[in-house]
Design a protein around this ligand. Structure first.
Ligand code: DGJ
Length: 728
């Protein structure tokens, strides 16, 4: 049974294929986290200890004499401030009387078939027979603030999800100052804090920090999940590797501000709290109002990072992403951005499409600059009307000509943004997020629209529909090119300004939901200056996301390596671009660029007319190869065979089909030197007993995984070697 309740001991057991999570309702009605780890049968309440621990306070229910009960050292499910627990909290409120205590006690619970949904927010989905839901209701008896803690158990995926619904059942407004989504208390062990940090053009580099007494945190206050930190973290037993060691992963299904905190406390307990960043969050909850905290996906692996990643890959691909594109082959595309930037005409686009069609490329994506008076960064955003002068006629005609060449057509938009030089801004200056009387803070010379307002979202939706209804458009690249500042809404009261950042994200989700409902065949690729909003929240609407504006194949190896810890390759937008690379100036050969882009959705972003005949022949072959391997890449298991972040001389990764019958090995040399040592890679994930044809040899899975294979000596750095092999 995925969810069991032991009535005698008041213990919930949430069971997945390989893991168990146990929660106890204690004698005072507090909710204690007993255990999360490999599957167990026994109730784990014997682990809870009580002692008189100096300076750890005791709640009133314990009485004057009993000093052995304190929330300051007990493991909890959803710790709140003002209970005598001084560690990081999930919930922080300000009550009407100015007090800040919220004392949550168990009221009741319910176990349901199927996976709960969160209205208006992205959430893991599953058919009724593949998931169960537990809802535990807690309440503060004094203020009657009620919390419903939701748990979704997806047994086959080894995944447990969490989210929280907060309802004010009292008669006074309660201000939520922090309302995180999940807490994970681990009462013994030392855990490394692994997170994925970076910058624009260098997102999600693997970062590992060992346990430190005190609090460590990463997060975003930029209004998007950000290039700088990703809302996915791992707590890993010291020394954990790809194939050994206990590790916990938590992914936030949210695309705005977030905070991921860990605390290693005085008694060497570890606490993790993940949720919306509280710094600019202040949510007044009036009587009977409800607040929905976004979802967290949790998974545990007792055998290192690889199984943990596989749990997230499968969950995100099959239970977060939606729509026909999850499993359908996606077109190999060519995007004109790095080929032309703003400097193009309809004829230039058509000439790219003509050449692309000869090479087997399947879709042309028209990037920024096709609308309004948008010929540079300074104007035009918000006016989603085709610039017919630049395109040489209506958009429809250009699309038709491209379709006649056998190519699908995709288009770029940045729906959340507005330029001051635009008709939209001139008509509705108060629709931009600015503070009256203050010079606006611009970024990329643009402002963000106030997506917390329905009328703003409605206007953009109508403009987008007019474009999609005017021509045969198969794909949308949804871009977003600034962090949010001056988040002040002309439509909100002063006391409600602290809700705007949250409601802005709901506005994006609303617009995306309306689009995919009206255009179910539309493939939407997310983008935020590359990978600034690369999170499971966006993946609920956009099954692929432009992974980084950095198209340099070598930098991409590091970016895609970090990205792969949580996110499936099917979500990773990746293109072959020209050399010297526009972001790094580095020149990498054509084969290596394609090998790296194939660990993603695969496409091109360069001026085809600059290529040699030999390079064009290579494109033809690469497109054929990708079309041969796409299913293996999409649904196969992805294995990291090296750790470029640790300075490995080569990068290697492997796709193995779910039935173990075929694999695709990719290796790229990262450095070279005179008289170098020989390099080898050991494969993972094969059937040891099966025989495989690997290049011109027949080898067992066991040999490939234990003896390994010699990597051909590279004549130069940045060489690649790609081998497709199959069982015989
Ligand atoms: C940023 C994106 O990441 C690029 O790929 C490109 O679409 C530009 N914006 C266009 O302005």
């Amino acid at each position: 049974m995925p969810i069991e309740f032991n009535h005698e001991r008041n213990i919930f057991s949430l069971n997945t294929k390989n893991t168990t999570l146990q929660i106890k309702i204690d004698r005072f009605g507090y909710l204690l986290r007993l255990y999360y780890g490999p599957a167990i049968q026994d109730p784990a309440d014997y682990i809870v200890r009580s002692d008189d621990r100096s300076f750890s306070p005791n709640p009133g229910d314990a009485g004057l004499d009993d000093r052995t009960f304190s929330l300051d050292f007990l493991p909890q499910e959803y710790p709140s401030r003002g209970t005598g627990d001084f560690r990081i909290a999930c919930l922080q409120v300000q009550n009407a009387d100015g007090s800040t205590s919220c004392d949550l006690r168990y009221v009741s619970h319910e176990i349901r078939d199927g996976k709960y949904e969160i209205p208006g927010l992205p959430a893991v989905h599953a058919t009724a027979d593949r998931a169960e839901t537990l809802v535990i209701i807690m309440e503060d008896r004094r203020t009657r603030l009620r919390l419903e803690l939701f748990y979704g158990v997806l047994s086959e995926r080894d995944v447990i999800t969490r989210s929280v619904r907060i309802i004010n059942r009292g008669s006074d407004t309660v201000v939520l100052e922090k309302a995180a989504s999940a807490c994970l208390d681990l009462i013994h062990g030392r855990y490394d804090f692994i997170h994925f940090a970076g910058s624009h053009n260098g997102e999600r580099y693997f970062e590992k920090n060992s346990a430190m007494k005190g609090v460590r945190s990463v997060g975003s206050k930029r209004g998007v999940s950000s290039h700088q930190h990703n809302p996915f973290i791992i707590l890993a037993e010291e020394g954990a590797t790809e194939t050994a060691g206990r590790c916990y992963g938590l992914a936030f299904v949210w695309s705005g501000d977030f905070l991921a905190e860990t605390e290693f406390d005085q008694y060497e307990h570890t606490r993790v709290v993940l949720g919306i960043h509280p710094d600019e969050f202040r949510y007044p909850l009036r009587p009977n109002e409800i607040f929905l905290a976004p979802e967290v996906i949790m998974s545990f692996s007792a055998a290192g990072f690889t199984p943990l990643s596989h749990n997230f890959h499968k969950t995100i691909l099959y239970n977060v992403c939606r729509g026909e594109h999850v499993l359908k082959k996606r077109p190999v595309l060519i995007n004109n951005w790095e080929a032309t930037y703003f400097d193009f005409t309809g004829d230039k686009i058509l000439s790219i499409a003509e050449q692309a069609s000869e090479l087997g490329i399947e879709m042309l994506v028209l990037d920024d600059g096709w609308f309004g008076n948008r010929n540079d960064d300074f104007r035009g955003l918000g006016d989603w009307v085709a610039n017919e002068k630049k395109l040489g006629g209506p958009l429809k005609d250009l699309v038709k000509k491209i379709n006649e060449l056998g190519l699908k057509f995709g288009i770029w938009m940045e729906p959340e943004m507005v330029s001051e030089d635009s008709d939209l801004y001139r008509a509705h200056p108060d629709w931009a997020l600015t503070i009256p009387g203050k010079e606006p803070i611009r970024s990329r010379s643009q402002l963000a629209l106030d997506f917390s307002r329905k009328e703003v979202v409605d206007n953009i939706f109508d403009q987008m529909c007019a474009i999609f209804d005017s021509a045969d458009i198969d794909y949308l690249k949804w871009d977003m090119n600034r962090s949010l500042c001056d988040v002040w809404s002309a439509a909100a009261r002063s006391t409600e300004q602290g809700t705007v950042r949250y409601r802005y994200v709901l506005g994006i989700y609303d617009l995306l939901e309306r689009l995919i409902t009206r255009y179910p065949r539309l493939l939407i690729e997310g983008c935020c200056g590359g990978g600034g909003r690369f999170d499971a929240g966006m993946m609920y609407y956009t099954p692929q996301i432009w992974c980084s504006d950095n198209t340099d194949a070598i930098d991409r190896i590091f970016i895609q390596h970090g990205t792969s810890f949580a996110y499936p390759v099917s979500a990773v937008g990746s293109h072959v671009s020209s050399v010297p690379n526009h972001q790094t100036g580095r020149s990498v050969n054509f084969d290596t660029r394609a090998t790296v882009a194939m660990a993603g959705t695969f496409g091109y972003e360069l001026d085809l007319s600059d290529l040699t005949a030999e390079e064009k022949e290579k494109i033809k072959q690469q497109v054929k190869d990708y079309n041969k391997y796409w299913r293996l890449i999409r649904t196969g298991d992805y294995y990291r065979l090296s750790n470029p972040a640790a300075g490995d001389r080569l990068a290697a990764w492997l796709f193995v089909s779910e039935d173990g019958s075929e694999g695709l090995l990719s290796v790229v040399t990262l450095s070279t030197r005179g008289n170098p040592p020989y390099d080898f890679v050991r494969l993972i994930g094969l059937d040891p007993k099966r025989m495989y044809r690997f290049e011109n040899r027949i080898l067992s899975g066991s040999a490939l995984m234990n003896v390994g294979v010699p990597v051909p000596q590279a004549p130069d750095e940045y060489q690649s070697w790609q081998v497709h092999f199959h069982a015989v």
